[in-house]
Write a new protein. Structure first.
Length: 485
């Protein structure tokens, strides 16, 4: 029984026979509020009561139990009730409309029609979101192709950074001091302030009117991380970036601003000198590059890819992945067979279980550097993987190269060897036959939420935002508070 339809049919036959709720209630020995609950669809009657009511209202039980609304007006009221109780509508936070007898049929038609239009639009949004996702993936593919063609070396940014460092009297060796960092900001007319309650969706907020870069307090953003955040922000201004509505341009700007930050914090000349010495000693180490220039392991890995091919003649690959082997970032010019989707996208794909970047999570001490050689369908590769302990879920940063170039790196004497046949499904994506047969149809896993993978990218049902993943309401409220202070 559909209680909403039954209630409308009960009301229809009651009024047709000119009974009030009180009068009908006295005849069936039920209180009027109970009948009101029935007519509003909030309660269901017993079958025996339906027969009793039908006999009084000069109709059959089948008339009351008919699944069709008795009138067009009744159908509209039922439809409006269902639309408003839909969970999707609760997210809209609209007030609940209860159609009274004074509400005209045209008004009901109008409200229900608007809901239908909203639903029709929501059905079309996935196609728009899918289009935006395709644009983002294609832009990533194009950018990665360009980076490979340039060997991940951006000469124009290196030249600009060289001029800036010379202007602020960088001594030419060692890490960039806080004084030099502040001088770089001052070179572009910016100051840096730490502030409370910066929105969690942002790394920094720039007041372009007063030229202030706001970053979180030290308990939320340690000094080492804050240096890169400040320079990534400043990089947009140094490189002449403008706010864009184009996702491809947005992704390019992110890559260039990150490159700018790394080039400032690990300047080309001293970084090359260090790498050349390590190359001659056959002891290249991302960890040493990290410590010498006081940068993160990931930035040190990126910086190595910037300079290795251009200045040392070596080809390399870089990966950031999570504990499930899902690729977040990737670069290669050494031919390593990275997993690819049908459209050529690498981000979001699963790495082979036998690769070092996944094996690192399963070693006895997963937070020590993991060195490994892996035989693949395109040749043998060596890699070193660093698991980041301060991120959850844990991420791994991997730097690697072909086995014949591994001799230049620390850890090339490792005894860890593995074999990968991926993308052959029999490599690691299919369980052993005996295990599969034992558990087929029995196992029922509940998937972990992976919404964090796509944060910062244009997601359904929204089209591309100029600042993906950022709550602009929080940003504006934050700047208002700073201005008031």
């Amino acid at each position: 029984m559909d209680s909403l339809v039954f209630g409308q049919r009960l009301r229809y036959y009651r009024k047709k026979n000119n009974y009030t709720l009180t009068e009908l209630g006295e005849l069936i020995k039920r209180p009027a509020p109970y009948l009101s609950q029935l007519e509003n669809g909030n309660s269901e009657p017993r079958v025996s009561l339906v027969s009793e009511i039908a006999s009084i209202l000069d109709c059959t039980p089948a008339d009351l139990l008919d699944p069709e609304p008795p009138t067009r007006r009744a159908a509209l009221e039922i439809e409006l009730r269902r639309l408003q109780e839909d969970p999707r509508n609760q997210e809209r936070k609209l007030p609940f409309v209860r159609p009274s007898t004074r509400m005209a049929d045209e008004v009901l038609e109008h409200i229900v029609g608007l809901y239908a239009a909203i639903d029709d639009e929501s059905l079309s949004l996935p196609a728009e979101a899918d289009f935006m996702g395709t644009v983002a993936r294609n832009s990533n593919i194009d950018l990665r192709r360009e980076m490979r063609e340039r060997n991940n070396y951006f000469e124009e940014i290196e030249s600009l950074v060289g001029e800036i460092l010379e202007a602020v009297n960088y001594p030419g060796a060692g890490p960039v001091s806080e004084r030099i960092l502040m001088d770089v900001c001052d070179y572009f007319g910016f100051s840096v302030r730490r502030a409370e309650n910066i929105p969690h969706s942002t790394r920094s907020i720039t007041d372009q009117r007063d030229k202030i870069i706001y970053i979180p307090q030290r308990n939320d953003l340690p000094t080492r991380a804050s240096r890169s955040v400040v320079l990534q922000t400043l990089g947009h201004h140094a490189l002449g970036h403008e706010v864009t509505d184009d996702i491809g341009e947005y992704l390019r700007q992110r890559i260039e601003s990150n490159y700018f930050a790394a080039a400032i914090l690990a300047p080309e000349k001293p970084a090359i000198a260090f790498l050349q010495n390590a190359h001659e000693a056959r002891d290249i180490s991302v960890e040493d590059l990290q410590e010498i220039f006081y940068i993160s392991y990931e930035m040190a890995g990126h910086r190595l890819t910037n300079l290795a091919t251009k200045h040392l003649g070596m080809t390399v690959h870089f990966l950031r992945s999570d504990d499930e082997g899902i690729v977040w970032k990737a670069y290669e010019n050494d031919g390593v067979p990275l997993p690819r989707g049908v459209d050529g996208t690498i981000e979001g794909e699963h790495l082979c279980r036998n690769w070092g970047t996944r094996q690192a999570f399963h070693t006895q001490d997963s937070f020590s550097l993991h060195y490994q050689y892996t035989d693949t369908p395109t040749g043998q590769f060596w890699c070193v993987t660093h698991v980041e302990a301060d991120r959850f879920p844990h991420h791994a940063v991997t730097i690697g190269t072909t086995s014949d170039q591994a001799k230049w790196f620390r850890g090339s004497d490792t005894k860890r060897f593995s074999t990968s046949y991926c993308p052959d499904k029999d490599c690691c994506s299919t369980a052993r036959t005996s295990v599969r047969q034992h558990w087929h149809g029995v196992a029922w896993p509940s998937a972990r939420d992976r919404s964090n993978i796509s944060s910062g990218l244009p997601l359904a049902p929204r089209s591309f935002s100029r600042f993906p993943g950022v709550d602009m309401v929080e940003v504006y409220e934050f700047l208002e508070r700073q201005e008031d202070n």
